[in-house]
Design a binder for this molecule. Structure first.
Ligand code: GDP
Ligand code: MN
Length: 381
């Protein structure tokens, strides 16, 4: 998940990383008031989750309250790389002497955090990496020990940075690393990290992406409305991927789900999704959520439920399926035929429970191959 600059700066402030004083405005009038509350000399920064705002005209420097109102109005009517501006961070402007780059990413090759520093800040790091890679200094961080000041100090010297700035930057870097670590960061970046004419080190910009797998551990993170089926499924704890076929699949375990997809293709049809119920398959609510999510995709013409019970029991899962189908029939939310095949522990008991169902939607097959043929026959190709 990507955080907005103002959200990221909230975490920076908590961690003791210096950031300019600021207020978030949602209307031009709020921006005008913020200008006056902050005592003038502010910068208006569009809050969008895309880079290069400055170049795209998304950052403005009003010289009066009236200008703050007008410029904010312009920003609220703007789209930056196709993204509308809904919030503006009104911030005390900095008296910038030098701009640096400081960031940490989870390095996929090394499998550990990688800190990057450059004396050539302000520029997009991707451009810098392609045009002048030698200007980016890198420090691999061993997560067992964290960042040692001397590691970065060596690179700051290499980058020719004046000695009096070393401590300030190392201090920010250590706090930045701690924030990245504590919050399950994937990327955390200050570009530019500014040295003001007074000699202060301040984070002028902030980018912070959190590893989605870490989100459940951080209830303090802002909630965002789910935008698509995959995000809604993730919120329900389901591992779902939307595909372009027409046969829905609900299975448990990634391997079994992929095997079901392979069968589907082998027999000449194609899956509408990948959905692994995971270890929660025994709960009716999970099964119901799964069926609902799959049916949200209107390309789905039939649904295969393919379960192998290694730990849980088929009879428990079958009761869950029946409960889910009963509820959904009452809600009239079922609309396609469902073919179920249960394997593993207590599968005979499970199939018996399913066969007692009077639902006209439910079809049963003992063998997975037959179930796949059946679901393709019912759903069409
Ligand atoms: P980005 O374009 O989305 O990366 O937005 P930044 O927040 O990094 O701002 C882009 C550029 O605007 C910076 O590199 C600075 O040169 C300039 N800028 C941003 N904030 C200030 C400020 O408070 N004072 C001054 N003088 N320049 C600023
Ligand atoms: Mn920036």
């Amino acid at each position: 998940m990507k955080l907005f600059e103002f959200e990221a700066k909230g975490f920076f402030r908590k961690a003791g990383i210096p950031v300019p004083e600021g207020v978030v405005a949602q209307t031009a009038e709020e921006a005008r008031k913020a200008y006056s509350d902050l005592g003038g000399n502010v910068v208006l920064k569009s809050q969008v989750l895309v880079g290069g705002r400055g170049k795209a005209g998304g950052i403005k420097f009003p010289k009066s309250e009236k200008e703050a109102y007008e410029m904010a109005g312009q920003l609220f009517h703007m789209q930056i790389k196709g993204v509308p501006v809904e919030k503006i961070l009104v911030e005390k402007a900095l008296d910038i002497k030098r701009e640096y780059y400081l960031g940490i990413i989870t390095d996929p090759d090394e499998g550990c955090p990688l800190l990057m520093f450059s004396a050539e800040g302000g520029m997009e790091i991707e451009d810098l990496a392609s045009q002048k890679p030698e200007a980016i200094k890198k420090v691999l961080i061993d997560p067992r020990y964290g960042l040692f000041g001397y590691q970065l100090q060596f690179e700051l010297q290499e980058a020719g940075l004046p000695k009096e700035l070393h401590n300030g930057i190392i201090n920010v870097a250590r706090r930045l690393y701690q924030t990245y670590w504590d919050m399950d960061g994937e990327l955390i970046e200050i570009n530019p990290l500014v040295v003001t004419n007074e000699g202060k080190v301040v984070a002028a910009d902030a980018k912070f992406n959190i590893d989605n797998s870490g989100l459940p551990r951080h209830p303090e993170l802002p909630k965002r409305p789910a935008k698509n089926i995959e995000e809604r499924a993730a919120e329900l704890g389901l591992s779902y991927v939307l595909l372009d076929g027409n046969i829905g699949i609900i299975s448990n375990g990634a391997g079994l789900t992929m095997a079901a997809m392979d069968f589907m293709r082998e027999y000449g049809s194609s899956p509408a999704n990948f959905l692994d119920l995971g270890g929660q398959a025994t709960q009716a609510v999970t099964i119901k959520n799964g069926i609902k999510i799959v049916l949200e995709n209107h390309n789905v013409t039939a649904l295969l439920i393919y379960i192998f019970a290694g730990g849980p029991r088929c009879d428990v899962i079958a009761s869950g399926i029946i409960e889910a189908l009963d509820e959904m029939e009452k809600e009239k939310s079922l609309r396609v035929p469902i073919v179920a095949t249960l394997h593993g522990r207590y599968n005979e008991e499970g199939m018996k429970i399913l066969s007692a169902s009077k639902s006209p939607y439910l079809h049963l097959e003992a063998e997975v191959e037959d179930a796949v043929h059946k679901v393709i026959e019912l759903g069409g190709q």
